[in-house]
Write a protein that binds this ligand. Structure first.
Ligand code: GRF
Length: 203
């Protein structure tokens, strides 16, 4: 399946997806990377892996709708069948989300539905959680709220600070996201009636 990744920054999850998809037996092929930030470090990383990149900056458009329409147009130019959000730090408009619903997934650095939004690692520490992790889910109009595809848990250790905990979760993200994309690309995890339906796979 032709897959396009949306980023805003570092792009380490993007890199994990590109590496996994490099294997010819992987069911998704990364055909493009789109960033809303020209300075995103992930753009260089993608280009050095031979992946086509596009910058679609919010500042170049009069409205959020026009910005999302330009992203939609870029996705169609890439022939995208699946969209992966990987550190894309902008809320997408409802119209855009509806167009890609069931074909767009996101990774969130917490065990949803706990800790939606930003700053999840510090909030996990502040709450005294002993288990934390990450979630890949289908994207719906409500932020960090769509049906869950896969999750990975990590322990919170007694000496953890935000940096140590976020690094542990990020390692889990890099393993989880390719696994979840595989399920979606193979049609083994599908969004139906607002839920994820699994087939042809047991875990
Ligand atoms: C990751 O923690 C991801 O879960 C969150 O934003 C961060 C992006 O990191 N949505 P990277 O750009 O993939 O390195």
């Amino acid at each position: 399946k032709r897959t396009v990744i949306l980023i805003s920054g570092r792009g380490s999850n993007m890199a994990a997806l590109i590496e996994a998809a490099d294997d010819s037996s992987f069911p998704a092929k990364i055909v493009g990377v789109i960033s809303d930030k020209a300075e995103a470090a992930g753009l260089g990383l993608a280009a050095s892996n031979g992946i086509a990149t596009r910058v679609v900056a919010r500042g170049d458009f009069a409205s959020k709708d026009a910005h999302d329409a330009a992203i939609d147009a870029a996705l169609r130019e890439f022939g995208a069948e699946i969209v992966c959000l990987a550190g894309y730090m902008r809320l997408l408009t409802n119209g855009f989300v509806e167009k890609w619903q069931g074909r767009m997934i996101n990774i969130h650095p917490a065990l949803l539905p706990l800790l939606k939004g930003l700053d999840t690692h510090q909030r996990a520490l502040d709450a005294g959680l002993r288990i934390h992790g990450c979630t890949v889910h289908f994207v719906t109009a409500a932020m960090d709220d769509g049906p869950i595809i896969a999750q990975s848990a990590v322990p919170v250790l007694t000496g953890d600070d935000e940096k140590a905990l976020s690094a542990r979760v990020l390692g889990a993200e890099h393993a989880l996201y390719p696994m979840a994309l595989r399920l979606v690309a193979e049609g083994k995890a599908r969004m139906e009636g607002g839920r994820t339906v699994f087939s042809g796979f047991e875990a």
